[in-house]
Design a protein around this ligand. Structure first.
Ligand code: AVJ
Ligand code: FE
Length: 439
């Protein structure tokens, strides 16, 4: 019945909000007060800012807007408005201290669960299908991933632990050919899809080849050993300028010992480089140089999504490469179950019908595309989520990482960042045009 459908939706909303909050607290309870208010990198906010910002967005949308309730703390909106203060300036603000921030997010959450009990979950676009609640759960999880990146940047003893990510279960290599044709990109029906994923629209994609797996550490090392960082001809002009100015010689957090072995600092633990893991913490310019070296290119966003969602047998699009079922531990490395990408070949159950592996989870994958509106885009519910970034100096990333929660990841999901950024959990896979004889 309609009634039990609404009850199931309420339970699902309560569950995703609770999951997000457990993660938020797990990331903020493990460091002391001094570390919560410290700035671990000028690229990041103090963790205590993310914490209260999560609560403030939840208050704005769910307590005040959906619930029509009085503000909890109208006086702090300005402090937690991401557009008012650059990340580098946030430590200097009169922020809530850690215990105030914890109290604040708890008070907001109590009110939200009350609002959820009495909200119709239909009747206007903001609440239809639980959209605003889903948006806020995704927002919290996105900041949790950002806080996880802050943890990776912090120095000192390790405070996070998780089982190591699985090894290969099957051998995966080579590329998969995706024949020319139209597919439906984006969605108009996924109830929690964000504005930039909408609307669904037909796109013709010429035939192309895409790698069955992301580029691995071992493959990336061959690029380094072949002088990849010393050969300007492999880099674009902007890329080379950045490589020179930033002194790039390897992915972020890599270190070579005197014997020539490579190590990676993984959340405070020096770890021998795992050759078959997708390369992590590379910027778009590094991905571009590697692609030039390999004689290939990055996929466009449309190519990536077609490889991830289009089922050639039915001509229909899936939510994920493996179908419409929610991700689980057999299909994708998501949700901070592990603190690293899994080896290539670790998720055969997550492959697409055409045999493309690990599109979802492990590492965000850089595409060649800038962040632009789809035809028919309408900002919803606020311009500052997507619209203000369209046409800026961004590249789209797809697929989510080991640090992305399933609620904030699907075949249509779009992430974006500046091409120089690499503190995010970013890697890439390659694609290429097909020769005449291959089509
Ligand atoms: C979609 C990850 C680029 O973190 O800047 C968080 C998500 N938007 N709060 C970001 C977001 C507002 C956004 N990204
Ligand atoms: Fe935010």
């Amino acid at each position: 019945t309609d009634h039990s459908g609404t009850e199931r939706l309420r339970e699902r909303i309560a569950e995703v909000l609770t999951t997000a909050r457990a993660r938020t607290l797990g990331l903020t309870d493990v460091v002391d007060e001094a570390e919560l208010v410290a700035q671990h990198s000028r690229l990041m906010s103090p963790l205590v800012w993310d914490l209260a910002h999560i609560g403030n967005q939840e208050e704005l949308w769910l307590v005040r807007d959906v619930g029509g309730r009085d503000p909890v703390r109208a006086d702090i909106d300005e402090l937690y408005d991401a557009f008012k203060h650059a990340r580098a300036k946030r430590p200097g603000l009169p922020l809530l201290n850690p215990s105030e921030a914890r109290g604040y997010v708890g008070t907001v959450r109590d009110k939200v669960l009350d609002v959820l009990d009495s909200s119709a979950l239909r009747g206007n676009r903001l609440v239809d299908g639980g959209f605003a609640f889903g948006m806020i759960a995704q927002h919290e999880q996105q900041h949790d991933e950002t806080m996880l990146a802050t943890h990776q940047l912090r120095t000192g003893a390790a405070v996070l632990a998780a089982p190591s990510a699985p090894a290969a279960a099957v051998a995966v290599s080579g590329e998969v050919i995706i024949p020319a044709g139209e597919f439906t990109m984006g969605t108009s029906t996924d109830p929690w899809a964000l504005d930039n994923e909408r609307p669904a629209h037909r796109v013709h994609v010429p035939a192309f080849a895409i790698d069955a797996a992301p580029v691995t550490n071992e493959q990336y090392l061959a690029f380094i050993d072949d002088g990849g960082y010393e050969r300007p001809e492999l880099w674009s002009e902007r890329g080379w300028a950045h490589r020179t100015e930033a002194g790039l010689v390897a992915p972020q957090f890599w270190d070579r010992d005197p014997a020539g072995h490579w190590w990676r600092r993984v959340f405070g633990v020096m770890t021998p480089l795992r050759p078959r893991q997708p390369v992590l913490h590379v910027c778009w310019f590094e991905a571009e140089a590697y692609a030039n070296w390999a004689g290939k290119r990055l996929p466009t966003e449309a190519e990536w999504e077609k490889a991830a969602r289009y089922d050639p047998d039915t001509g229909a699009e899936r939510r994920y490469p493996w179908g419409d079922a929610e991700p689980d531990s057999a299909t994708a490395n998501l949700g901070q179950r592990h603190l690293e990408p899994a080896e290539v070949g670790a998720y055969p159950a997550g492959a697409s019908p055409a045999g493309v592996h690990q599109l979802i989870g492990d590492v965000w994958e850089w595409t060649s595309s800038g962040f632009e509106a789809y035809p028919g885009f309408r900002a919803f519910p606020y311009k500052e989520y997507s619209e203000v970034f369209f046409g800026g100096d961004y590249r789209v990333l797809r697929g989510g990482s080991f640090g992305t929660d399933p609620v904030a990841c699907r075949g249509t999901f779009r992430n974006w960042d500046h091409p120089i950024r690499r503190q995010i959990f970013s890697g890439f896979r390659l694609a290429r045009d097909l020769g005449r004889d291959e089509i």
